[in-house]
Design a protein around this ligand. Structure first.
Ligand SMILES: *Cc1c(COP(=O)(O)O)cnc(C)c1O
Length: 482
């Protein structure tokens, strides 16, 4: 593809994306294709000859789009958001256009320096402790996901506890509400399942520091070596908030690495009134959050901060001869390949930089605060309606609720909403009971969308039928063939 062809097709693709975002709110939120339907529409063999770009885009419209669940719909309330924005999409495009490999400072200095700078900005934007800035012993890095961030924290903690030589007696801690990526990180780090001990939770589903303290004492008596605890600020199931300060105090001076997984809730720190989410962070070793969830930056983008980068780099640095260079040898630069598992890395800081500059601290604050306000409004309606009850506290933007008629009725309510294509909800279980989750965090979700969700719930709770939203006929791609 020549630069001129790229220009022509590129304009058509950007037009397509802009049109998509303009019409996504009218599409059924959840894809209705059956298993195998997308593959059945694709030719069994790869093309032997070059195909016109317009044909490819026509298939995007007719084959791919029906198989998409619209995460960018303003009526998407399922799971946690994976929100996005114009500046982020354009930053991603630019990253692909430059196509650099940012494994070391020397392979593209701007890729490293922009990342360091934007993460220092992030400390200020979120009100994080100064120890996470790159100017001291700590610093931040962009990982692909919170799962990778947790793995890196486990590896850094393992390094600090003596490395891979003596693994058998290490023990770590998390509550049963922690994300599954904690267990996976232990597995990848070569630890047995029973080396992750499960700490009890209280009735808000938050970790109990007193139980943690007694588990640690028990393990020490048994000759095991406690090395790591993962706390969660905003659990995936119900947005429960572990008491980070009390946990860090409970294990103070023990040498235990304290990690905080704030994948979703960390973004709340852009709003000064919500900075309670940062309580105790000046006492912890590492913290991460996902701008690709709630900060308008398309997947993938996780920010991991450490208080002491030496442990992380010590755990992950390997320098083969073919990567040696003067800047690295002189220790003058950061080489982010030593802060992550893979060698290669994308220029992810661009999209984050674009997002921060486009919105400004003020814009980010406005949108995040708005989501919390909308979620609380929905929670008020549910809790004051005799047909519903809340199933967890609503501190931020996740509303967990159920119908008062029991699990089956609650499942039916969710299925009816989801089948209508007019909104998408997901579920969890709290103390064994079926609970609907409505997470308010899409970039374009407004009061009207939450009102419409409430109207749907109101109707289906009374058994009323809802006319489903349908996908319109495929469009011809305007401009692509010009
Ligand atoms: C979503 C989530 C994760 C996993 O995030 P990825 O970035 O997809 O790996 C981890 N922890 C919590 C608390 C989450 O909500």
């Amino acid at each position: 593809m020549t630069p001129d062809e790229l220009r022509r097709h590129g304009h058509a693709v950007v037009d397509w994306v802009a049109d998509y975002l303009a019409r996504v709110g009218e599409m059924p939120v959840r894809s209705t294709v059956a298993p195998g339907e997308v593959r059945a529409a694709l030719p069994p063999h790869p093309p032997a000859h070059p195909e016109p770009f317009d044909d490819v885009m026509a298939d995007v419209e007719s084959i791919i789009l029906p198989g998409i669940t619209h995460w960018q719909s303003p009526d998407f309330f399922a799971y946690f958001p994976a929100n996005s924005s114009g500046p982020s999409i354009l930053g991603e495009l630019l990253s692909a256009g430059l196509g650099v490999q940012g494994m070391m400072w020397a392979t593209s200095p701007a890729c490293t320096e922009l990342e360091t700078h934007v993460l220092d900005w992030m400390v200020e934007l979120l009100g994080l402790p100064e120890r996470f800035r790159s100017t001291g012993a700590g610093g931040g890095v962009i990982e692909d996901s919170a799962s990778s961030a947790t793995l890196c924290a486990v590896l850094a903690a393992r390094h600090r506890a003596g490395g891979a030589e003596r693994l058998t007696d290490l023990v770590g801690y998390a509550s049963a509400e922690a994300h599954s990526s904690v267990q996976k990180a232990f597995t990848v780090a070569g630890l047995r399942d029973d080396q992750l001990r499960i700490v009890d939770v209280d009735d808000t589903m938050a970790m109990r520091p007193d139980h943690l303290r007694s588990l640690v004492a028990e393990d020490l008596v048994a000759g095991r070596r406690p090395f790591f605890v993962c706390t969660t600020v905003g659990t995936t199931s119900t947005m429960a908030i572990d008491p980070v300060r009390a946990v860090a105090e409970a294990v103070a001076d023990s040498g235990i690495w304290v990690h905080v997984d704030a994948a979703m809730a960390g973004a709340a720190g852009v709003v000064p009134e919500l900075r309670w989410v940062n309580d105790g962070l000046e006492l912890v070793d590492s913290w991460c959050f996902d701008p690709h969830k709630w900060l308008f930056t398309n997947f993938d983008c996780d920010c991991l901060f450490v208080a002491d980068r030496a442990a992380l780099v010590g755990a992950l640095s390997i320098l083969p001869e073919y990567l040696r260079n003067a800047a690295s040898d002189a220790g003058e630069v950061i080489d982010y390949r030593d802060w992550q598992v893979p060698l290669g890395r994308r220029f992810r800081a661009l999209k984050l930089w674009f997002v921060i500059r486009h919105y400004g601290a003020e814009g980010l604050r406005h949108h995040v605060a708005r989501h919390v306000e909308l979620a609380r409004g929905l929670a008020d309606r549910l809790s004051s309606d005799p047909r519903f009850e809340l199933a967890a506290p609503v501190d931020l933007n996740l509303v967990c609720f159920r119908g008062i008629k029991g699990d089956e009725a609650t499942e039916r309510i969710m299925a009816a909403v989801n089948d209508s294509g007019r909104a998408l909800l997901s579920h969890t279980r709290v103390a064994g009971r079926f609970v609907i989750r409505a997470s308010v965090g899409q970039t374009t979700t407004e009061a009207g969308n939450v009102d419409a969700l409430w109207a749907l719930l109101d109707a289906v709770a009374d058994g009323k039928a809802i006319a489903p939203r349908r996908l319109e006929a495929p469009r011809t791609i305007s401009g692509a063939s010009s």
